[in-house]
Design a protein around this ligand. Sequence first.
Ligand code: SF4
Length: 480
Amino acid sequence: MISKSSFIRGLQCLKSLYLHKKRPFLRDPLSPETRAKFKRGHEMGDMARDLFPGGVLIASSNPRAYKKNLEEVNRHIQLQTPVMYEVPFMHDDLMAIMDIVTCIEGKWSAYEVKSSLSISETYLWDITFQAFVIQSMGLKDVDFNIIHINSEYVLEDDFDIHSFYKIVNVNDEIESRMGLLQPLLEKMRNVEKITSSPDIPIGKQCFYPYECDFKGHCWKHVQSPSVFHIPGFSEDLKYQLLDERKTSLALALPFIHDVKQKNIAMSLLHGDVIVQKNEISEYLNLHEKQILFLKIWGHRPAKPLNQKSTPFQFSPVMLSMCAFNNGIIENEKYIFFDLKDNYWEKIRDFSLTFRGYDKTHRIVCFACSSVLEQLENALQRIFGIERYSQDAIDLQYVFKKAWYCAPDIDFHSDFQAVASHFSDHDSIRLKQLFKLIENAEDNVYVFSQSPAGMEKLQSASSEWMKLIAEIWMKLSVNRG
Ligand code: SF4
């Protein structure tokens, strides 16, 4: 049986399809990000039903019930039921479930919902496969559409679902792909028949369009550290070295010419800490100013929650800050932004206050540059306030620029890797602290809705402040 998702899998890599069917236990565990993406996809799919209200929900979550569901679908097709949701279609060994199907005055339309801001090539193949199954079942002259989130939507007084979603007719795109479908399906059917894994070498396809969930299995022979750990290393050269089995840093070193990349490579290869004191010193230069640690806790809801916001807009929920004097954390403060009243007005007022702080304080944060920039963009869009480049020190920058390279800080330079490197806590305690902080980051909006949740956020923030203080102090030692 080839379902829509196995078709997309096979399109990316036939070996992935084979492993999915025959060796599913080799799959990597789902990452929290992928799980969150799936959850968001389901929520957006459910919400889009309100574009065509009053429909009949067909699909059962139990795949064994699909056959019974199909009888039901056929009955509804005969009856020309105006709106159906989660509609299964089956033809030979192919199965598809269309999110929404409508019949208005005898004209059939099918809608696939995507929780993204645009239509990708993969989405077009996805709906081409579905169109093939539907047409093969005898339902002809159907209009096929992709529903996705409108990137230009701005929440005004009330949420308007018809402006939030964009409905795009993709009949032409389907037609141009339909002729290519049969040969692809044949290849996938053949893969289902073979008894050993197809001989497909690892390559670019392992990452595009999605990071393959059999990477752990297929890439286990790639020696680490490799050029895949070097940020910005030429994509083409990377895969050329992979073909030549020269990706290990020991062999690839002659191909690394950039100073930043070379520092990272040497640190990984020899397990050394490599520090560029002058650069760090210049960046952390304090000019006798007071230090203020800052963290903005927020989320990016697909459906905007507060007025004047756009889909996926970074929306602050809590701002935490503290002064840092002579190695001591002082005056911890937490400010919650209430979504209901004058949300962006309050953020604007805080932003203006912070601009004033620049004269007397250095604001120190971690991975905050893009968040601050996005907030400035939002304030410019909403109030026409001129953008202001906050003179904040983003400690992540030191690692991204490779001024401080250590083998245990990978090129993502995320907070956990950096804090683990500098903290005096043992690994068990650090694990507990990261869990606390991660939980607060993932649930910041939900937690902000109750006093108990707000307490959790404050305690996570307090631990975060202690960790950034440790990073700051130990990095400062490396100032020339
Ligand atoms: S990791 Fe790469 S080669 Fe292995 S199954 Fe996935 S895409 Fe194919």
